[in-house]
Design a binder for this molecule. Structure first.
Ligand SMILES: CC(C)(COP(=O)(O)OP(=O)(O)OC[C@H]1O[C@@H](n2cnc3c(N)ncnc32)[C@H](O)[C@@H]1OP(=O)(O)O)[C@@H](O)C(=O)NCCC(=O)NCCS
Length: 184
């Protein structure tokens, strides 16, 4: 049984324990784990608010090349199965399905290494799609590494279809990627 929970004080210690073991919810920027550990220790309440951020008002995010760009409205949910097993996040641009070129998809997710291959990511993606619909989206884009078989299966199991192979922008080292779309 998989559930998505809004990040809260109850699950914060388990989330921090996963970070301390080297897991990072940002698979393109593993160094984020240390930053997240520091931020969640410095001001836990503010940290939790930042994970549920539909109105970011001037806040920024850091891309893999270190550049900072405006943060889109977003929300993150912790994936709970047999304890904390990962995180899934949704971001969107108000008023439509389009995304700025520096945003690699509406949805990103990661499962801790010790709980993979048990269906958690597939279930979590299915559970967040109604939240995307509730934000007014009619389709969501997801991008993966071309060889990320697990992630590709997760997307396909949730109705995703491959729309293109493309090259990520310079902020991401111009690496190849696949773009999928799930119609809502
Ligand atoms: C990709 C990832 C999220 C998958 O999480 P998961 O909980 O293990 O995925 P699931 O158990 O829901 O797997 C869904 C399907 O993919 C398959 N799968 C998962 N990982 C796989 C792998 N490494 N190789 C082959 N198949 C894999 C599963 O067998 C399952 O297929 P099935 O339903 O036909 O049996 C996880 O490996 C991860 O966190 N990786 C690092 C971060 C990442 O890549 N995030 C995605 C960025 S786009």
């Amino acid at each position: 049984m998989v559930a998505l929970v809004r990040p809260d004080m109850l699950w914060l210690p388990a989330y921090r324990a996963a970070l301390a073991q080297g897991w990072s919810p940002d698979n393109l920027r593993p160094a984020a784990a240390g930053e997240l550990l520091a931020a969640s220790a410095a001001d836990p309440a503010d940290f939790l608010v930042g994970l549920d951020d539909p109105a970011p008002e001037g806040r920024t995010v850091t891309l893999p090349d270190g550049s900072r760009v405006p943060r889109l409205p977003s929300l993150s949910r912790w994936i709970i199965a047999d304890g904390f097993v990962g995180q899934i996040s949704l971001r969107w641009q108000p008023g439509g399905d389009a995304l700025p070129p520096y945003v690699l998809g509406h949805i990103g997710y990661g499962v801790v290494p010790w709980a993979r291959r048990r269906g958690h990511a597939g279930a979590a993606l299915g559970l967040i799609l109604p939240e995307a619909r509730a934000q007014g989206l009619t389709r969501v884009e997801l991008t993966t590494e071309p060889d990320n078989i697990g992630s590709i299966r997760v997307i396909e199991k949730n109705g995703g279809r491959l729309v293109e192979r493309f090259t990520r922008g310079p902020q991401y080292g111009q690496t190849p990627a696949l773009r999928f779309v799930i119609a809502l």
